[in-house]
Design a protein around this ligand. Structure first.
Ligand code: PLP
Length: 406
C-alpha cells in the first residue's frame, strides 16, 4: 500500500477565493484579457510574460484563470508538477499521444482499454502513420518483446476498462524508461485510489466526466504531467492542446472545482459499497471480478499500488454468461428494483450498468474481446452512493433470483 495522501495534497493547495471574499472561487469567463501597456502583448506572444511566468492571461484557449485553478488542484491530487484540463477525456488522451508521437512512431498499448481509446490507437492513429501493438499489459515479457526502435509511448489504464486488469505501473515505468519511452496512464477508474505519477508514470490522463466530476452532467478531461510537458501542449507553434483546441469551458471547470474536495469521500464510499456487493455476489457463486476480493488474480498487486484508505474502487463486473441474461438482469435491476440505470459511463452518484461488449467496448473486434477476457455477458457495474447499502444488496439478491442467474 502507498502512503501518498491525495486528499491532503489537494487541501494544501486550496487557496482560491472569489470576488468579495467568496469562499467559492469566481468564474472568469472572459475569452480575452487586456494588458495595461501595448508592449506587454508581444512579450506574452514571445513566451516571456504568460500566466505561467507570473505575467498576464492572454486568451482563454491558451490559459484561463478558472481552468487554471482546477488544473492546479488536479496536479496536487496526482502529485505532478503541473496539469492542464481539456474538454473531454478523449481529447486529453489524443492530445497527449499526438504530442509524444510523430509520423513513424510506435505505441505499445494495453489490449484492455476503453473502446474509444482502442479505436484511436487501432484505427485513427495508423492514418497518421502512428502504429500500435496491443499487448496483455499484465504480461511483462510480452510488453518487453513489443518494443521497437520507434516506440515512444507505453499506454495503459490503471484498472483496465472493463476487465479491471491492474497495470504494474512501477515495472512498466522501468521498462518504458529503459527504452527511452514514456509511460502514459489513464486513471479514470481510480482517482485518489491510485496515483500513477507517484509510482513512476510520466503522464496521467483522466476522463473527469466520470468519478472526478461525479454528477454525470459534464464532459471533461485532464492531463497531469511535468511543467515542461504542459508547456509543450500549450506551445504557440506546436502545442496539441492549444492548436487542436479542446478547451475547457470555465463554467465546467467551476463545477468540477466545487466537487473535487469531496472526491476522496465519494471514492471511499464507492469502494465500500462495491466491496460489499462483490462479496455478496461471490457468496452466491456468481462470476464476479473486483480487485478488492482476495480471489481476484491480481489482488496482491492492486493492494501494493493503492493509496491507503480509499479501497479498491467503485467498479465491479459480473459475468452473466451471455448477453441475453445480462440484459434480463439489467432490465429487472432498473425497471423492477430501482437499483440503478442502464447507461454507459461510470462514476455517477447513482449506480450505472452496461454490457460492455455491445456498448463501450463494441469498437473492439469480437475475437480481440474474447482474447482480453471480455465475454458478451459481462455486466459492468459502477456502484453508486445513494440508498441504503442493505437495500441495494436486497435488490440485487431479488433481481439475480428473478433473472434466473443464481
Ligand atoms: N478513458 C476511460 C477509461 C473511459 O472509460 C472513457 C469514457 O468512457 C474515456 C477515457 C473517454 O472519456 P470522455 O468520454 O470524457 O471523452
Amino acid at each position: 500500500m502507498q502512503t501518498f495522501n491525495p486528499e491532503q495534497m489537494m487541501a494544501k493547495d486550496r487557496r482560491e477565493f472569489g470576488e468579495h471574499g467568496g469562499v467559492a472561487p469566481s468564474i472568469s469567463r472572459s475569452s480575452t484579457f487586456t494588458v495595461m501597456e501595448p508592449g506587454t502583448m508581444p512579450e506574452i506572444f514571445q513566451g516571456e510574460k504568460g500566466p505561467d511566468q507570473g505575467g498576464c492571461f492572454l486568451y482563454s484557449r491558451h490559459f484561463n484563470p478558472t481552468v487554471d485553478v482546477l488544473s492546479r488542484y488536479l496536479a496536487a491530487m496526482e502529485g505532478t508538477e503541473s496539469a492542464i484540463c481539456t474538454a473531454s477525456g478523449m481529447s486529453a488522451i489524443s492530445c497527449t499521444i499526438l504530442q509524444l508521437c510523430h509520423s513513424g512512431d510506435h505505441v505499445i498499448a494495453s489490449d484492455t482499454i476503453y473502446g474509444g481509446s482502442h479505436a484511436l490507437f487501432a484505427e485513427l492513429l495508423p492514418q497518421m502513420n502512428i502504429h500500435t501493438t496491443f499487448v496483455d499489459i499484465t504480461d511483462t515479457a510480452a510488453v518487453a518483446a513489443a518494443f521497437t526502435e520507434n516506440t515512444r509511448v507505453v499506454y495503459t489504464e490503471a484498472f483496465g476498462n472493463p476487465t479491471l486488469r491492474v497495470a504494474d505501473i512501477p515495472s512498466l515505468t522501468e521498462l518504458a524508461h529503459q527504452k527511452g519511452a514514456s509511460l502514459v496512464v489513464d486513471n479514470t477508474f481510480s482517482p485518489a485510489i491510485i496515483s500513477p505519477a507517484m509510482l513512476g508514470a510520466d503522464v496521467v490522463v483522466h476522463s473527469m466526466t466520470k468519478f472526478i466530476n461525479g454528477a454525470s452532467d459534464v464532459i471533461a478531461g485532464a492531463i497531469c504531467a511535468s511543467r515542461d510537458f504542459v508547456l509543450q501542449l500549450m506551445d504557440l507553434h506546436t502545442g496539441r492542446v492549444l492548436l487542436l483546441g479542446p478547451t475547457m469551458d470555465p463554467r465546467a471547470a467551476f463545477d468540477i472545482i466545487q466537487r473535487l474536495p469531496h472526491l476522496p469521500i465519494r471514492m471511499r464510499e464507492h469502494s465500500r459499497r462495491a466491496m460489499a456487493m462483490a462479496e455478496f455476489l461471490q457468496e452466491t457463486g456468481a462470476a464476479i471480478t473486483y480487485p478488492g476480493l482476495p480471489s481476484f488474480s491480481q489482488h496482491a498487486l492492486a493492494g501494493q499500488l493503492i493509496n491507503e484508505g480509499y479501497g479498491f474502487g467503485g467498479i465491479l463486473t459480473l459475468d452473466c454468461g451471455n448477453g441475453e441474461k445480462a440484459n434480463r438482469l439489467m432490465g429487472i435491476l432498473q425497471n423492477e428494483e430501482n437499483f440503478g440505470y442502464i447507461a454507459v459511463s461510470l462514476g455517477y452518484f447513482d449506480t450505472l450498468m452496461s454490457c460492455s461488449s455491445s456498448s463501450t467496448s463494441s469498437e473492439i473486434p469480437e475475437a480481440e474481446q474474447m482474447r482480453m477476457g471480455l465475454s458478451p455477458g459481462l455486466l459492468r457495474i459502477s456502484m453508486g452512493l445513494t440508498g441504503s447499502l442493505n437495500e441495494r444488496l436486497d435488490q440485487m439478491k431479488r433481481a439475480v433470483e428473478k433473472a434466473g442467474l443464481d
